[in-house]
Ligand binder design. Sequence first.
Ligand code: PMP
Length: 285
Amino acid sequence: MSLKVNINGQLFDKEDAKISVYDHGLLYGDGVFEGMRSYGGKVFRLQTHLDRLWESAQAIGLQIPMTTEEVGNAVQETLETNSISDGYIRLVVTRGSGTLGLDPNRTSHPQVITITDHISLYPDEFYENGLEIVTASTVRNHPSAVNPRIKSLNYLNNVLAKMEGLRAGCVEALMLNSQGHVAECTGDNIFIVKAGRLLTPSIDSGILAGITRQVVMDLATEDGIPVEELTLTRHDLYVADECFLTGSAAEVIPVVKIDDRTIGVGTPGPVTRTLIEKFREETRK
Ligand code: PMP
């Protein structure tokens, strides 16, 4: 049976799920999205993702033509129809189809799309042994341009950095902000552990306010680990005791090498291991 895709509350076979080539989501990357995970048929932090989607839409002046409850129900219904228990959910809202000009006033009917699929996980080996990453030369979007807090359909900035990572044989790449400070990776937030403290770039470093990031900070605090959001440089990363990334798809994933420098002892550290385990427990609740 073919997977179903939900467009504006209606289910279509994957092959028949189509939107207009005049949609400004395609023509200009004008729209917003969310990437979520389901565990045991339940979407992890669904309401938080919906809130962030609405904030992204608000920031670009896009009125989502459904209520959060309706979108939440559409997501849940699509998962159930596709019998997906542990899966990945992509929720997309486009500006809608319009003219070939930029003017968003000349578009109509934003499209609300839910795609659910089986998750393609990173191999276990990455979680056991840790990742190697490199710094991309592509700088993260300046917050005064398209603010990285907006999860917009315009991800070319990150795609270019991802290509640099892949060219270097890495599945993730570190992005700096326009001041040269650490921002985040192409699809994940970054953390380090130094002298027993958990440190991560603050939101005003120009990053997405990751939902996994917040869950991990809360879990660490609960566990008595001091957490600090601050400005980090690449030097801080190079001399860290531990490093890991967080994201809805990757969850918590250790990093053991950055720009060819070994981090800590070169294997996932104790704080990282604890947080990987605690995060997994949280998804099973
Ligand atoms: N940063 C970027 C640029 C992202 O695209 C994502 C999500 N894919 C993240 C961080 C992680 O955010 P979350 O934990 O909410 O998935």
